[in-house]
Ligand binder design. Sequence first.
Ligand SMILES: Nc1nc2c(ncn2[C@@H]2O[C@H](COP(=O)(O)OP(=O)(O)OP(=O)(O)O)[C@@H](O)[C@H]2O)c(=O)[nH]1
Ligand SMILES: [Mg+2]
Length: 201
Amino acid sequence: VKVPAARFLGAAATPGGEPPARLPEVAIAGRSNVGKSSLLNALLGRRGLARTSRTPGRTRQINFFVVNDRFVVVDLPGYGFAVGPEAERAAWGPLVETYLRDRATLRGLVVLVDVRRGPEAEEAELLDFLRAVRLRAAVVATKTDKLGRAAATAALAAVRRAVPPDVPVLAFSARTGAGRVELWRLLESWLAAPGRGAGSA
Ligand SMILES: Nc1nc2c(ncn2[C@@H]2O[C@H](COP(=O)(O)OP(=O)(O)OP(=O)(O)O)[C@@H](O)[C@H]2O)c(=O)[nH]1
Ligand SMILES: [Mg+2]
């Protein structure tokens, strides 16, 4: 996929603060510091578009980016961070759950996990929630560059076994760009598919 034009569309810090839902949308979720913003930058080929940091829990709002005036990609705030004001931590659930449940144009959610860590209780809960709200999901195992080839293959197989069989699992590295083509292919298929509630079940 060629990405000639990606730009920041807007942000939501509270439910209802999202920019108007016009174009088909895909979103990226995952625990704090897993590499959501880095994945977005790697996908869009724009180093500084989504903010990244070494300090966990830095992206505290939902950030929307429009690509080629054709679709929207969304950087969600991370969960599982142990630092920061209590009020901000408490706000995560309502903000993200409301978005995932109600966003009419949302076609699917990428759940990012560290390949070395795999899915844990939060990811299992999130996948259950996505099923309940009828949203497509994929698990993307990132930071594969941190492992050697054999270890990465084994770790990816472990992630595959830990995820429900109907949920796609892909490998990714923001550092090397590995997995970028496969992820784009998946996202394009989501963007071309009907939204929730469209047509018959
Ligand atoms: N080696 C390696 N490092 C990565 C990769 N992806 C992200 N990182 C590093 O991991 C750290 C966190 O990355 P972010 O993209 O800011 O993570 P995030 O999920 O957006 O974090 P929050 O917004 O705080 O939830 C940064 O230091 C990145 O450079 C990767 O694929 N490989
Ligand atoms: Mg981030």
